[in-house]
Design a protein around this ligand. Structure first.
Ligand code: NI
Length: 256
Protein backbone atom coordinates (compact mmCIF):
# COMPACT_ATOMS: atom_id res chain seq x y z
CA UNK A 1 0.00 0.00 0.00
CA UNK A 2 0.98 3.59 -0.59
CA UNK A 3 1.95 5.73 2.40
CA UNK A 4 1.18 9.38 1.61
CA UNK A 5 3.50 11.26 3.97
CA UNK A 6 2.45 14.85 3.30
CA UNK A 7 -0.92 16.31 2.29
CA UNK A 8 -3.18 19.20 3.29
CA UNK A 9 -6.76 17.93 3.12
CA UNK A 10 -7.90 20.70 5.45
CA UNK A 11 -7.25 23.12 2.54
CA UNK A 12 -10.29 24.91 1.12
CA UNK A 13 -9.48 23.35 -2.27
CA UNK A 14 -11.14 20.20 -0.85
CA UNK A 15 -14.21 21.88 0.63
CA UNK A 16 -16.56 20.48 -2.03
CA UNK A 17 -15.52 16.82 -1.96
CA UNK A 18 -13.23 16.23 1.04
CA UNK A 19 -15.18 13.34 2.54
CA UNK A 20 -15.87 11.60 -0.78
CA UNK A 21 -12.24 11.88 -1.78
CA UNK A 22 -10.80 10.73 1.57
CA UNK A 23 -13.27 7.84 1.81
CA UNK A 24 -12.08 6.60 -1.60
CA UNK A 25 -8.40 6.43 -0.58
CA UNK A 26 -8.16 2.91 0.93
CA UNK A 27 -9.79 1.23 -2.08
CA UNK A 28 -7.48 3.21 -4.39
CA UNK A 29 -4.46 1.75 -2.59
CA UNK A 30 -3.62 4.78 -0.46
CA UNK A 31 -3.30 3.02 2.89
CA UNK A 32 -2.08 5.82 5.15
CA UNK A 33 -2.13 9.62 4.92
CA UNK A 34 -0.44 12.21 7.10
CA UNK A 35 -2.28 15.51 7.04
CA UNK A 36 0.31 18.16 7.78
CA UNK A 37 -0.36 21.30 9.78
CA UNK A 38 0.69 24.65 8.34
CA UNK A 39 -0.95 26.95 10.89
CA UNK A 40 -2.81 26.69 14.19
CA UNK A 41 -6.11 26.48 12.35
CA UNK A 42 -4.97 23.79 9.92
CA UNK A 43 -3.39 21.82 12.77
CA UNK A 44 -6.79 21.74 14.51
CA UNK A 45 -8.54 20.77 11.26
CA UNK A 46 -5.97 18.03 10.55
CA UNK A 47 -6.50 16.49 13.97
CA UNK A 48 -10.26 16.44 13.35
CA UNK A 49 -9.63 14.51 10.11
CA UNK A 50 -7.33 12.10 11.94
CA UNK A 51 -10.02 11.49 14.54
CA UNK A 52 -12.57 10.78 11.81
CA UNK A 53 -10.53 8.49 9.53
CA UNK A 54 -8.54 5.55 10.92
CA UNK A 55 -5.98 5.77 8.07
CA UNK A 56 -5.34 9.50 8.53
CA UNK A 57 -2.71 10.80 10.96
CA UNK A 58 -1.95 14.44 11.65
CA UNK A 59 1.16 16.55 12.07
CA UNK A 60 0.95 19.59 14.34
CA UNK A 61 3.03 22.61 13.47
CA UNK A 62 3.27 26.12 12.08
CA UNK A 63 4.79 26.77 8.65
CA UNK A 64 7.59 29.38 8.65
CA UNK A 65 5.52 31.97 6.80
CA UNK A 66 2.73 31.65 9.40
CA UNK A 67 4.92 31.97 12.49
CA UNK A 68 3.74 35.53 13.23
CA UNK A 69 0.70 33.86 14.86
CA UNK A 70 2.89 32.17 17.47
CA UNK A 71 3.32 33.58 20.97
CA UNK A 72 3.64 31.88 24.37
CA UNK A 73 -0.10 31.33 24.58
CA UNK A 74 -0.62 29.85 21.12
CA UNK A 75 2.60 27.84 21.47
CA UNK A 76 1.24 26.23 24.65
CA UNK A 77 -1.87 25.25 22.67
CA UNK A 78 0.32 23.77 19.91
CA UNK A 79 2.29 21.82 22.50
CA UNK A 80 -0.93 20.29 23.85
CA UNK A 81 -1.94 19.18 20.31
CA UNK A 82 1.42 17.42 19.89
CA UNK A 83 0.47 15.04 22.70
CA UNK A 84 -2.64 13.80 20.81
CA UNK A 85 -2.23 10.10 20.04
CA UNK A 86 -2.92 10.57 16.32
CA UNK A 87 -0.37 13.34 15.97
CA UNK A 88 2.58 11.53 14.41
CA UNK A 89 4.96 14.45 13.90
CA UNK A 90 5.66 18.13 14.47
CA UNK A 91 5.31 20.02 11.22
CA UNK A 92 5.60 21.52 8.93
CA UNK A 93 8.25 23.74 10.41
CA UNK A 94 11.35 25.43 9.01
CA UNK A 95 12.45 28.46 7.05
CA UNK A 96 11.12 30.00 3.84
CA UNK A 97 13.11 32.96 2.57
CA UNK A 98 11.29 33.00 -0.76
CA UNK A 99 8.62 34.94 1.10
CA UNK A 100 9.95 37.63 3.42
CA UNK A 101 7.06 37.49 5.88
CA UNK A 102 7.61 37.30 8.75
CA UNK A 103 11.23 38.39 9.20
CA UNK A 104 14.00 35.80 9.09
CA UNK A 105 14.60 36.37 12.80
CA UNK A 106 11.01 35.47 13.70
CA UNK A 107 11.08 32.42 11.41
CA UNK A 108 14.34 31.23 12.99
CA UNK A 109 13.07 31.73 16.52
CA UNK A 110 9.92 29.62 16.01
CA UNK A 111 11.73 27.00 13.96
CA UNK A 112 14.09 26.48 16.90
CA UNK A 113 11.24 26.45 19.43
CA UNK A 114 9.29 23.86 17.41
CA UNK A 115 12.41 21.69 17.10
CA UNK A 116 12.74 21.81 20.89
CA UNK A 117 9.06 20.91 21.17
CA UNK A 118 9.55 17.85 18.95
CA UNK A 119 12.49 16.73 21.09
CA UNK A 120 10.36 17.15 24.19
CA UNK A 121 7.35 15.17 22.90
CA UNK A 122 9.64 12.65 21.15
CA UNK A 123 8.05 12.94 17.71
CA UNK A 124 9.81 13.44 14.37
CA UNK A 125 9.75 16.75 12.49
CA UNK A 126 8.58 17.61 8.98
CA UNK A 127 10.92 20.28 7.64
CA UNK A 128 9.90 22.89 5.09
CA UNK A 129 12.93 24.74 3.71
CA UNK A 130 13.00 27.04 0.72
CA UNK A 131 15.85 29.36 -0.30
CA UNK A 132 17.26 28.88 3.19
CA UNK A 133 19.59 25.88 2.89
CA UNK A 134 22.40 27.04 5.15
CA UNK A 135 20.30 28.51 7.98
CA UNK A 136 18.05 25.44 8.02
CA UNK A 137 20.98 23.05 8.26
CA UNK A 138 22.75 25.17 10.91
CA UNK A 139 19.69 25.45 13.16
CA UNK A 140 19.00 21.72 12.84
CA UNK A 141 22.60 20.91 13.72
CA UNK A 142 22.56 23.29 16.69
CA UNK A 143 19.33 21.66 17.96
CA UNK A 144 20.53 18.08 17.69
CA UNK A 145 18.08 17.25 14.92
CA UNK A 146 19.83 13.89 14.58
CA UNK A 147 18.24 12.88 17.89
CA UNK A 148 14.80 14.07 16.75
CA UNK A 149 14.66 12.61 13.23
CA UNK A 150 12.21 13.41 10.47
CA UNK A 151 11.93 14.38 6.83
CA UNK A 152 12.96 17.30 4.66
CA UNK A 153 9.78 17.59 2.65
CA UNK A 154 9.47 18.75 -0.97
CA UNK A 155 13.24 18.62 -1.19
CA UNK A 156 14.50 21.43 -3.43
CA UNK A 157 18.25 21.48 -2.79
CA UNK A 158 21.23 19.71 -4.36
CA UNK A 159 22.16 16.02 -4.27
CA UNK A 160 25.13 16.93 -2.04
CA UNK A 161 22.80 18.61 0.44
CA UNK A 162 20.46 15.60 0.37
CA UNK A 163 23.37 13.37 1.31
CA UNK A 164 24.19 15.64 4.25
CA UNK A 165 20.61 15.30 5.51
CA UNK A 166 20.69 11.54 5.09
CA UNK A 167 23.90 11.50 7.15
CA UNK A 168 21.96 13.42 9.78
CA UNK A 169 19.38 10.61 9.74
CA UNK A 170 16.73 12.56 7.82
CA UNK A 171 14.47 11.23 5.10
CA UNK A 172 13.98 13.08 1.82
CA UNK A 173 10.39 13.79 0.73
CA UNK A 174 9.88 13.38 -3.02
CA UNK A 175 6.74 14.62 -4.75
CA UNK A 176 5.36 15.71 -8.10
CA UNK A 177 8.38 17.82 -9.06
CA UNK A 178 10.28 14.60 -9.85
CA UNK A 179 7.96 14.10 -12.84
CA UNK A 180 8.49 17.61 -14.25
CA UNK A 181 10.62 18.21 -17.35
CA UNK A 182 12.52 20.88 -15.38
CA UNK A 183 12.86 18.59 -12.34
CA UNK A 184 16.41 17.52 -13.16
CA UNK A 185 17.83 18.52 -9.78
CA UNK A 186 15.35 16.38 -7.86
CA UNK A 187 15.98 13.45 -10.22
CA UNK A 188 19.68 13.72 -9.33
CA UNK A 189 18.75 13.70 -5.65
CA UNK A 190 16.71 10.51 -6.13
CA UNK A 191 19.58 8.93 -8.05
CA UNK A 192 22.15 9.78 -5.42
CA UNK A 193 20.49 8.63 -2.18
CA UNK A 194 19.43 5.11 -1.18
CA UNK A 195 15.72 4.26 -1.62
CA UNK A 196 15.67 3.54 2.14
CA UNK A 197 15.75 7.31 2.73
CA UNK A 198 13.01 8.38 0.32
CA UNK A 199 9.39 9.11 1.29
CA UNK A 200 6.47 9.51 -1.12
CA UNK A 201 4.48 12.72 -0.73
CA UNK A 202 2.20 15.00 -2.72
CA UNK A 203 1.85 18.27 -0.78
CA UNK A 204 -1.77 18.20 -2.02
CA UNK A 205 -3.49 20.36 -3.19
CA UNK A 206 -0.22 21.71 -4.64
CA UNK A 207 2.40 20.37 -7.06
CA UNK A 208 0.42 17.84 -9.08
CA UNK A 209 2.72 15.48 -10.99
CA UNK A 210 2.70 15.01 -14.75
CA UNK A 211 0.36 14.30 -16.52
CA UNK A 212 -1.85 16.28 -14.14
CA UNK A 213 0.49 19.23 -13.61
CA UNK A 214 -1.40 22.45 -12.87
CA UNK A 215 -4.55 20.69 -11.62
CA UNK A 216 -5.54 20.21 -8.00
CA UNK A 217 -3.36 17.49 -6.53
CA UNK A 218 -4.46 14.56 -4.37
CA UNK A 219 -2.84 11.41 -3.00
CA UNK A 220 -4.43 9.49 -5.90
CA UNK A 221 -1.59 10.93 -8.04
CA UNK A 222 1.15 9.23 -6.00
CA UNK A 223 1.49 6.32 -8.48
CA UNK A 224 2.93 8.77 -11.05
CA UNK A 225 5.59 9.78 -8.52
CA UNK A 226 6.39 6.20 -7.48
CA UNK A 227 6.61 5.16 -11.15
CA UNK A 228 9.12 7.93 -11.90
CA UNK A 229 11.24 6.97 -8.88
CA UNK A 230 11.13 3.33 -10.03
CA UNK A 231 12.45 4.38 -13.46
CA UNK A 232 15.26 6.48 -11.97
CA UNK A 233 16.31 3.77 -9.50
CA UNK A 234 15.87 0.83 -11.90
CA UNK A 235 13.45 -0.83 -9.49
CA UNK A 236 9.94 -2.14 -9.88
CA UNK A 237 6.99 0.07 -9.01
CA UNK A 238 5.86 -2.40 -6.32
CA UNK A 239 9.29 -2.37 -4.71
CA UNK A 240 9.29 1.44 -4.52
CA UNK A 241 5.83 1.44 -2.92
CA UNK A 242 6.78 -1.28 -0.40
CA UNK A 243 10.14 0.19 0.63
CA UNK A 244 8.82 3.76 0.97
CA UNK A 245 5.95 2.44 3.10
CA UNK A 246 8.47 0.82 5.45
CA UNK A 247 10.50 4.04 5.51
CA UNK A 248 7.50 6.15 6.43
CA UNK A 249 6.34 3.71 9.11
CA UNK A 250 9.82 3.77 10.64
CA UNK A 251 9.95 7.55 10.62
CA UNK A 252 6.43 8.20 11.90
CA UNK A 253 6.51 5.23 14.32
CA UNK A 254 3.35 3.73 12.82
CA UNK A 255 3.37 -0.05 13.08
CA UNK A 256 1.56 -2.51 10.82
NI1 NI B 1 3.11 21.11 2.83
Amino acid sequence: MIFETHAHYDDEAFDDDRDTLLSSMPREGIGLVVNVGASLKSTAAGIRLAEKYPFVYAAAGVHPNETAELNEETFAWLRAQCLHKKVAAVGEIGLDYYWDEPSHEIQKLWFARQLELAAEVKKPVIIHSRDAAKDTFDIMTAHNAREIGGVVHCFSYSAEMAQEYVKMGFYIGVGGVVTFKNGRKLKEVVESIPIEWILLETDSPYLSPEPNRGKRNSSLNIPYIAQKIAEIKGMSYDEVVAVTEENARRMYHIQK
